[in-house]
Design a protein around this ligand. Sequence first.
Ligand code: SAM
Ligand code: SF4
Length: 334
Amino acid sequence: MARTSQMVQLTDSFERKMDYLRISVTDRCNFRCQYCMPEDIKFENPELLLSLEEMLTFAEACLQLGVTKVRVTGGEPLVRKGVVGFIGQLKAMGFEDVTMTTNGFLLKENLEGLVDAGLDRVNISIDTLQPEKFQFITRRNHFQKVWDAIMAALETPLSPVKLNAVAMRGVNDDEIVDMARLTQEHALHVRFIELMPLNGDTDGVRFRKLFISGKEILDRARTELGDLKPVEKDDPAAPADEFKFDGAPGNFGVITPVSEPFCARCSRLRLTADGKIHPCLLTDLDVPVMDAIRSEEPITEIHKVLWETARVKPAAGLTLPEESRNRTMSQIGG
Ligand code: SAM
Ligand code: SF4
C-alpha cells in the first residue's frame, strides 16, 4: 500500500523518527548459539504465534506511519514456512528496504527465491572461520554449509554481503585478523558485535569474562594489518562503525551496543512472533499488539498501539547487565 500525502511520521517523545521495523517471524532456530539460547530451550506453542498474514497487517500499519525499512529476523527466519513469499509481500507493499538476518544454514537453497522476492540485502551470522569452534559456539556441526551459502550469496545481486560475528574474549578474539582479512579478499562487510548479556546470564559473570569492546577489536586489527580508513555511513542511524583497508572490496567494522549504545539515534521497533512490540533492545519493556492485530479494525487499533509505543520508548536503555539478562535475542526480535 502506498503512503498518503497526509501521512504523519511515527516519532517518539524524544523526536526520534521511528522508521525501522524488525520482525521476528519465529522464535525457533536450528542452531543453539551459546550466547543466544540454551540447548533445551522451550519454544512457544506455534498456535499462539502471529500468522505471517497478521504480521503483514502489522507491517502495513507501520508503513502508513512512515516506517520505510523492515528487517526479517528470528529465531532463524528461514525455518518459518512461507518466509520467502512473506518477503515478496513486504516488498510489494512498498517498503523501500527489505533485509534479512540469518544463520545461513538454509540460505543457499533459498537464494534464488529471495532474490526474486526482492530482498535488498542479507546479513549472515558467523562467529568463527574454524569448523570445530563453530560447532562449539552453535552446538551444531554446520560450518561448511554456512560458508558455502556465504560464497553463493556473493554471486547474487545480494552482494556485498554483511557478516555478523559476536565477539567473545578467549573464544574468537584470536580470529580478529582472519575475519578482517576476509574483507581484503571478498565483497564482505565483516562486523564484530559486542556481546550482550542475554540468555539467562543471571549474575553477569559469563558476560564479564567474555566481553571484548569494539575499540579493542579495531585496535588489534589495525596493529596487525595496518591502516583502516573510516567509511561514511549511508544511513546515519546505522549502528555499525565501518572501516576499510586500502583497496579492499569489503569493510571491517564493529557494532557497540554495550560500550557505546546508539540510543540517541535509535529508529527501531521490534515485533516478536508472539505479538509484542519491543521499542528498546536494552530494556524489558514490551507493548502487546496481538489483540489490536486481531481486532475488527486492525489498522486503526495497531496505529493506537504504535503511538503508545512511541510514547513509552525510553531515551536510553542503559540497564545492562542488570535488566536484560534473562531474555534471549530471539525473544526480543533480534
Ligand atoms: N538466527 C539469525 C542469526 O543468527 O543471524 C537471526 C536472529 S539472531 C537473534 C540475530 C543476531 O543477534 C545474530 O547476529 C546474533 O549473533 C545476535 N545475537 C544473539 N545473541 C546475542 C548476544 N547475546 N549478544 C550479541 N549479539 C547476539
Ligand atoms: Fe539461532 Fe541466531 Fe540465536 Fe544462533 S543467534 S541460536 S542462529 S537465533
